[in-house]
Design a protein around this ligand. Structure first.
Ligand code: COA
Ligand code: AMP
Length: 639
């Protein structure tokens, strides 16, 4: 435990608790509203209350236009592609013009306020322009991560029913060009809902074939809009109107459409940029995630721009593009003060360059802090990063649903002492409790379910897209009066939180959130599979990777090995490469309780080589021996 100077955290958290409305009312002054909110919180509105009712504003105005007068010549965004070796930058004034022209194109395509627009794009500047252009005209964007396959994209198109889709010809992954357009065409074919129009950005690495009457060339359309002055202004949007819908893995194959509102999100992000991350306008902030994830929405695009920072959009990996010094190069070349990434990225760097020899080549003198999230930050990785980088390394915990950190170490308020393995303390707005199965608070250092007392703070989801009931069932019913995070953990005697794992079927693979239930649905659809179970097993690099146990139907002629290969291919085809599903293991039987419940937890413990106890309710204990020996034959568990 390290001990930095005094922190204002306790005083600020107490002030929020004493008067939440006054706290968020004050924070809302950071936003340039067209009409200030009439109420900070309307407890009776929505499912559990709505923030900033009566307020009218525009996120794009706050992210771009309002900064043009004061910092129009400052870089708003730097695009750095380690994949192509290119780098480019846009000032606030230039970016406003790009976005206004693209927004004009959206208008021509018939997109109006409240319409949905799906964005399926790689890490190129046009992806950011697309999000902001939607925000500018009050359209609701729904960004789909490029590592998802056509099927997953189709599910999202069907649920969001977009009027238009914005995409690009390809993404670039090490050693391969990922053609996006065939995936997009397939998804539209699979989906019952069809968009009216698509706008496609042609990258030089691959040319997409455009469908006549539906697809338009991006560069041409934007050039025309600029030439004819068809630029769109920021439209007034209610604080409670949605800015975006972001789909995330749920406990079934059907993803949940997390809704983000306009006003609360702006206020929460603005507060977090100075109080949590400790960055000032004009500084360079880099979130090395992807715009397809919530982290990318909040801290590649909206947070840094609302705060008047320079944001970095990085197309590349922490290693192999070209080496384990890639992150240090970006920090040095662009003067990054604050980096936010996933622990997996650091584990990858540490594995390639354990003595951090690449660091010596770069000047990191402006670098002040490293933030980690997306999965548990294991103490060994945090310690390595602290010793190597000699800056505070801050773990913080959040979810797609919350949109910003539930818990963290607020550098801007003065950092608290760090405890490895803990994302430190709840942020103002979050009354975090640890409860037992009956919803009763448990004493310090006792594991339990982590819940947050309602109302959730500004920035968190007000509901799921067109699914209030699913929202209630998924999050609010288990422990009445609270939001259930589906994470388990404990609070220590100093009030530090420890997040130990999920209580549902979600796993985190390289910081990517995936549902094992969704993978089971894919495996079960194979004609040779009688039953299956997917669990997340420990992985030194990615934290966890999925492992599928399958029982084949009697009389299947193909060899188990051939079917295992087909199953790996099937998950890649249906869910996408991001699932990192490479392990399908054929077994004779699955272990179950006497009531027929598959003992996934016990299988996971065996695969991880952890201690496990024979479940009292097990139907046939000998099946666990069969699973153990199959796993050890493949090098898992206690071999
Ligand atoms: N489009 C298409 N395919 C993609 C993709 C995208 N946007 N992103 C990832 N993929 C593919 C990868 O190419 C890989 O394919 P492969 O099986 O053919 O190798 C597969 O999906 C799995 O990707 P990933 O789990 O990311 O592994 P990786 O080997 O490519 O890279 C790391 C490993 C550690 C370098 C990488 O996972 C990483 O940088 N992680 C940081 C995580 C992060 O930023 N998370 C966001 C939340 S904060
Ligand atoms: P996502 O919605 O993709 O951001 O994933 C959210 C989940 O990732 C959480 O519910 C946690 O299980 C996990 N997670 C995110 N950040 C952390 C963290 N700092 N420590 C532990 N788990 C985390």
């Amino acid at each position: 435990m390290t001990t930095p100077g005094a922190s204002r955290y306790h005083e600020v958290y107490a002030a929020w608790k004493a008067d939440p409305r006054a706290f968020w009312g004050e924070a809302a002054k950071a936003i340039d509203w067209f009409t200030p909110p009439e109420m900070v919180l309307d407890e009776k509105a929505g499912v559990y209350g709505r923030w900033f009712e009566g307020g009218v504003g525009n996120v794009c105005h706050n992210a771009l236009d309002r900064h043009v007068a004061e910092r129009g010549d400052q870089k708003a965004m730097i695009w750095d592609s380690a994949m192509t070796g290119e780098s480019a930058a846009w000032t606030y004034a230039e970016m406003r013009d790009e976005v206004a022209a693209l927004a004009g194109v959206l208008r021509e395509m018939g997109v109006e306020k409240g319409d949905r627009v799906v964005v399926y794009m790689p890490m190129i500047p046009q992806a950011v322009f697309a999000m902001l252009a939607c925000a500018r005209i009050g359209a609701i964007h729904s960004v789909v991560f490029g590592g998802f396959a056509a099927n997953e994209l189709a599910t999202r198109i069907e649920d969001a029913t977009p009027k238009a889709i914005l995409s690009a010809s390809c993404g670039l992954e090490p050693g391969r060009t990922v053609a996006y357009k065939p995936l997009l065409d397939k998804a539209i074919e699979l989906s019952i809902h069809k968009p009216d129009a698509c706008l496609v950005f042609q990258r030089p690495q691959a040319q997409a074939t455009l469908v006549a009457g539906r697809d338009r060339d991006w560069a041409q359309a934007v050039a025309d809009a600029k030439a004819h002055g068809r630029l769109a202004d920021c439209v007034p949007v209610a604080a409670t109107d949605p800015l975006y819908v972001l789909y995330t893995s749920g406990t079934t194959g059907k993803p949940k459409g997390v809704v983000r509102d306009t006003g609360g999100y702006m206020v929460a992000l603005a507060w977090s940029m100075h109080a949590l991350y400790g960055v000032e306008p004009g500084e360079v902030y880099w979130c090395a995630s992807d715009v397809g994830w919530v982290v990318g929405h909040s801290y590649i695009v909206y947070g840094p721009l609302i705060a008047g920072c320079t944001t970095i959009l990085y197309e590349g990996k922490p290693v192999g593009t070209p080496d384990a010094g890639a992150f240090w190069r970006v920090i040095a070349e662009h003067g990054v003060t604050t980096l936010f990434t996933a622990p997996t990225a650091l584990r990858a760097i540490k594995k390639e360059d354990p003595r951090a020899e690449h660091l010596a080549r770069w000047d990191l003198s402006r670098f002040r802090a490293l933030f980690l999230a997306g999965e548990r930050a294991d103490p060994a990785t945090v310690q390595w990063a602290e010793e190597t980088l000699k800056v505070p390394v801050i773990d913080h915990w959040w979810q797609t649903e919350t949109g910003w950190a539930i818990a963290g170490n607020p550098v801007g308020l003065g950092a608290l002492p760090v405890k490895h393995g803990s994302p430190t303390v709840p942020m103002p707005g979050y009354d975090v409790r640890i409860v037992d199965e009956g919803g009763r608070d448990v004493p310090p250092n006792t594991m339990g379910s982590i819940v947050i007392a309602l109302p959730l703070p500004p920035g968190c989801l007000p509901t799921l897209w067109h699914a209030d009931d699913r929202f209630r069932e998924s999050y609010l019913e288990a422990f009445p009066g609270t939001y259930s995070t589906s994470d388990a953990g404990f609070v220590d005697e100093d009030g530090y939180l420890f997040i130990m794992g999920r209580t549902d079927d979600i796993i985190n693979v390289a910081g990517h959130r995936l549902s094992t239930g969704g993978m089971e649905e894919v495996l079960a659809s194979h004609p040779a599979v009688a039953e299956c179970a997917v669990v997340g097993v420990k992985d030194a690099l990615k934290g966890e990777v999925p492992c599928g146990f399958v029982v084949l139907k009697a009389g299947v002629e193909a060899s188990p090995l051939a079917i295992e290969k087909e199953l790996v291919g099937l998950v890649r085809e249906r869910i996408g490469p991001v699932a990192a599903f490479k392990l399908a293991i054929t077994v004779g039987r699955l272990p179950k309780t006497r009531s027929g419940k598959i003992l996934r937890g016990t299988m996971k413990k065996i695969a991880d080589g952890d201690d496990w106890a024979m479940p009292a309710t097990i139907d046939d204990p000998s099946i666990l021996d069969e699973i153990s020996s199959e796993l050890s034959r493949r090098g898992f568990g206690r071999t």
